[in-house]
Design a protein. Structure first.
Lengths: 176, 369
């Protein structure tokens, strides 16, 4: 991981911590900003991947997966933006879904990491906690402030994990 | 390729080409020093940083991957470790894709002739640098000396061929990302760089995604290169390394003045013939380093002791030399030759309309100064 990448990961981690803390204490005011921020970020990421696929990755072995990923990310981004003006309960439902899905992906990555003898314990714990938080959000769906408290806590945890990951050693084959 | 081939095998090639023991030592030291001459080392000896022929792992981890950073990486790795085979290769795709594709390394390209001609008459240090580059065109072929996910990536379709003929076993390679792990040829577990979707991520530089397999002379494997349109490639390292060895002898004989012109795709098999079986046995042995085998063979060949490679050997001479006389030292001549090679490759890439190595003018101007 380059220095720039590490700094970016630390900054993302700090932003997640700030959003998480704000959600935990002032959900009504913050959730719209969070949803718009999330939606715009996903849309930009999806468009960037599409441009990369068209200009480069369509020629590579397995490059089609980049197109699929870009369409899915862009679609999720648009959907996220479309729910910015609906009642909080639906937003909590959506965020819990995203959290649960993210947890599932983390567990898949941990399984792959273990198979490849790479780091996996942190990903596994992150995945399990994400899924637990998603379940708690659904259980306390009717008392939205409790659900948002759980969601905010989960976001803060993800932020901390992101910062830890930024300082981890990674394998690079040294070419001679 | 590693110390075993760049140092000891290059010594053997130089001796077989007709150089004396002392001359062969100078050539093989220079060939190995290409893997040592980083910006960090040049700063330490107060040499010109633009002469860097490699980047340390720590330097790579912190290397910028913006436009200028990529140019610096490409200048170093394309010039000395992944010499492009065809700068005008015909391939479909955007200009950006074509530029990366055309940096794929391979043997017997036009730039190899230019490399040998650049070294001609420049001394044993230049000859050593040229031998490092020549040998790497065989070991590092099919990968590019620039970070590129769409060119250098590999996937799960990666198999090692163990043994030969009807008795050979084809087994899927298990790649590990554990930085503490050592390659295990017995179990077929090899360390490679972590997967990264970023096009310009340094993890996608050269053969990082294939681990050290291209560096092992015994390895035979087949895989799907990212750029290969789903065509499987079989890499036969023992054969490639033997070609590299024979071509080094031929190229060194040309540099010595035995021939009037350097012809590509020409190999000196005659001088190798008496030792062929012995060399093939070294190349085929399944070991992570053939260092002691090559050393023993080289010492038997010349009857002289081949001293171990010592990175500090010529540093004091360079540091102590007065400013105007540094170019007359061993490292001074190495630095001049490295700058000449980097300038030639950067300018050739630039002249082909490809800006990935920059304009090549900066190095040229400094060289003139």
């Amino acid at each position: 991981m380059t220095k720039t990448r590490r700094i970016t990961n630390v900054l993302i981690g700090i932003i997640m911590l700030l959003f998480g803390f704000s959600m935990a204490i002032e959900a009504e005011q913050v959730y719209k900003i969070l949803v718009v921020f999330l939606g715009v970020t996903l849309c930009i990421s999806g468009i960037r991947s599409m441009v990369y696929y068209i200009s480069m990755a369509r020629h590579m072995v397995g490059g089609i997966s980049i197109l699929y990923r870009s369409v899915i990310v862009f679609d999720i981004g648009l959907f996220t933006l479309s729910i910015a003006n609906i009642p909080l309960i639906f937003v909590v439902l959506y965020l819990a879904g995203i959290h649960g899905f993210s947890g599932f992906i983390d567990i898949m990555r941990a399984v792959e990491g273990k198979r490849m003898q790479a780091h996996w314990k942190l990903s596994l714990s992150q995945g399990i906690i994400n899924i637990v938080i998603a379940i708690l959000c659904l259980v306390f769906l009717k008392t939205t402030w409790v659900a948002m408290l759980f969601y905010g806590t989960g976001l803060m945890y993800s932020g901390v994990v992101r910062i830890i990951q930024a300082f981890r050693r990674t394998a690079v084959v040294y070419i001679q | 390729m590693q110390l075993d081939f760049h140092y000891y095998a290059t010594y053997c090639a130089a001796y077989l080409a007709g150089y004396s023991h002392e001359e062969s030592m100078d050539i093989c030291y220079s060939a190995q020093f290409v893997d040592m001459c980083s910006g960090t080392l040049l700063k330490k000896i107060r040499g010109p940083v633009e002469a860097a022929t490699t980047q340390l792992q720590a330097e790579l981890m912190d290397a910028r991957t913006d436009y200028l950073g990529l140019m610096n990486i490409t200048r170093i790795w394309s010039s000395f470790h992944f010499l492009p085979k065809d700068l005008n290769a015909n391939v479909k795709g955007s200009r950006r894709y074509q530029n990366k594709y055309r940096l794929i390394c391979g043997p017997n390209g036009a730039l190899l002739s230019e490399t040998i001609e650049t070294a001609k008459g420049k001394g044993l240090e230049a000859a050593g640098i040229a031998m490092h580059i020549l040998a790497d065109t065989w070991a590092h072929q099919y990968f590019a000396g620039t970070p590129s996910y769409v060119i250098n990536n590999t996937d799960y379709h990666f198999y090692e061929i163990v043994g030969q003929g009807d008795d050979c076993e084809v087994r899927r390679i298990r790649f590990s990302h554990n930085p503490k792990l050592v390659d295990d040829p017995v179990k077929g577990i090899y360390v490679n760089s972590v997967s990264s979707g970023g096009e310009n991520n340094v993890m996608c530089l050269g053969h990082g995604k294939a681990g050290h397999l291209p560096d092992y002379s015994f390895a035979r494997y087949k895989y799907l290169p990212a750029w290969g349109n789903y065509q499987e490639i079989t890499k036969d390292n023992p054969s490639d390394y033997m070609h590299a060895f024979c071509q080094m002898i031929y190229a060194l004989r040309y540099l010595k003045g035995d021939f009037d012109a350097f012809e590509r795709d020409t190999y000196d098999t005659e001088r190798v013939a008496p030792y062929r079986e012995e060399i093939e046995a070294i190349l085929e042995r399944r070991q992570l380093s053939a260092l002691s085998d090559w050393k023993e063979f080289g010492e038997r060949l010349s009857g002289s002791e081949i001293e171990d490679f010592d990175i500090r050997k010529y540093q004091k001479e360079y540091l102590d030399a007065p400013k105007g006389e540094k170019d007359q030292t061993y490292l001074g001549r190495f630095i001049r030759a490295a700058i000449a090679q980097k300038t030639m490759v950067s300018n050739s890439i630039s002249a082909s309309g490809n800006r990935l190595a920059g304009l090549g003018l900066e190095v040229k101007h400094r060289d003139k100064d």
